[in-house]
Design a protein around this ligand. Sequence first.
Ligand code: PLP
Length: 433
Amino acid sequence: MFDDSFLGRPDTLWHPFTPMPPVGPREVLARAEGAFVYTESGHKLFDATSSWWCQSLGHCHPRLVKAFTDQAKVMDQVMVAPHTHRPAIELGDKLLGALGEPFRRLFYSDDGSTAVEAALKMSLQFQKNVGQPKRRRFMALERGYHGDTLGAVAVSHVGEFHDLLPFESHVFRARVPSRADDEAACLSEVENFLKNEGDTVAALIAEPLVLGAAGMHVYSLSYLEKLVRLVRNAGALVIFDEVFTGFGRTGPLFALETMPRDLRPDMVCLSKGLTSGFLPFAVTAVTKTVYDAFTGGPAKAFFHGHTFTANPMACRVALEVLRIFEEEKIVEKNRVLIEQMAAQKARFLALPNVAEVRHLGMVWAVELKDAATGQPPVPANGPGWRIASACWNKGLWLRPLHQNLYLTPPYCATPEDLSRAFDVLLSAVQKES
Ligand code: PLP
């Protein structure tokens, strides 16, 4: 019945983003604590990607374990249509306080993709509710990524994910400048599109400041500000997808804080760091203007929801995450690690197989090239997987993204942990060159 086995037992797990059956070494993960994960065979690994960018405060944080178990003893999943509960009320106050103006309402869901789906659907219905039903298109960033459900895939633009779309997405993709001297050309393309078809656009969705899944491509605040201004002037909404960038990943608590007040988005999607990766949970936060368009009777209501909306344990854990950020001054503390990451650039750039090093806040990436030709390696992730495998053997857990290797470390990492991780990575990249 089973044509695949692992450790002498039928293998039942269909792994995400993995050609099946998997090839190469695999181990059973047994335990996780702080910045480290331990396998059943006793191998200790530094979780350099914070397990897909979510374990920001570290694994099994004692305060989150307590918040979760305390709540689990009192009340588990309950329906919140139209009732509410204390964990949702308290999280709402705290999260809106942290986001600041202009956010006023929170729509909870389960993960990054569902937070994005909610935002996209909200913006379509917003336009209909305010008498702009022609606005049914989206603008998005070239190389953007917003999740794997079909709506999110439609606005995303990372190659291999898109081929299966069963519909035309009609998305205008704004080119993101990788050099300052390309900014004006990118903006002029946007301007031209908006001049001709701006009245068909419901919203722009953008990962602010860093295109994560594209390979940790950092882009300028100046471009983002000008892009948002153009979109606003054309009467469309602005959605920031902070699923990755939220909760300190780019430096400040939210990337949107770097924007002038009048250019902050109408909606923001959060997940991953919302519970510090402890539980699947997400939120789409919106302004009063957006929310008001959905009030005033059943015809205006947002008919969208998920079974586990506002799960009480997830709310309590997210509340505790915000308290930890505040009480332990996590954003300020991260500055030491951020400086340490910035200082790594030169020694990687000195290697013949390194094309570029990118860094923003708690995101750091090295882009590889073929040392002989100077071109991207073929296949793109070939050297990346060999390097990741060498690092794994030395206690450093990474995953390549195309021709890039990156670190998005947990904030509880010590300078010594980080220093060792960079040494191990440097030596593996050097051996591959
Ligand atoms: N949006 C961004 C910016 C992401 O980086 C991701 C996941 O990496 C998602 C959305 C999708 O989140 P999830 O995998 O939780 O559905």
